[in-house]
Design a protein around this ligand. Structure first.
Ligand SMILES: [Fe+2]
Length: 149
């Protein structure tokens, strides 16, 4: 999806600020899951990847704040997020679709708890984090699809 975006501001908005920020939420959850399973080596790998992603998202947020003063970049970001939201909606499981092990995919709750601490480290504002927590969703794209459907 990110490869279809042809501007730096669009890629930062979708790949880093949205997808990788959502990955931060997932990695925090995975680290806890592996810790509970007493696989501390895998938990440490998740922690290392998480630390890396926090930096990627933080750099993106810093650059996007600069781009926020450039109308063309703002339009590119808006178009990119709209495109990405459409891709996410198209990929959502439809009622009746089942996995190979016969799980009703649309019925599975894929919600991931928002990683508020690391999102703060990555440059999200308290208001942005509060919005995500209130929506109960880890991804800005998911919340777009939620409000538009
Ligand atoms: Fe990354």
């Amino acid at each position: 999806m990110a490869c279809a975006l042809n501007s730096l501001s669009a890629r930062l908005a979708v790949q880093n600020r949205t997808v990788e920020a959502g990955e931060m939420d997932l990695l925090r959850q995975l680290r806890e899951t592996w810790t509970i399973a007493e696989d501390h080596e895998t938990a440490a790998v998740m922690d290392g990847i998480l630390a890396d992603e926090i930096q990627h998202v933080r750099f993106a947020n810093q650059w996007l704040h600069r781009f926020a003063h450039e109308p063309q970049a703002v339009m590119q970001m808006a178009a990119a997020l709209n495109f990405a939201g459409g891709v996410m909606r198209a990929l959502q499981p439809q009622p009746g679709e089942r996995s190979l092990d016969n799980v009703e995919l649309a019925a599975v709750d894929h919600a991931i708890e928002v990683n508020t601490e690391d999102r703060h480290r990555a440059g999200f504002t308290q208001a942005e984090i509060a919005d995500l927590v209130r929506q109960g969703r880890s991804s800005d794209l998911k919340s777009q699809s939620h409000t538009e459907s």
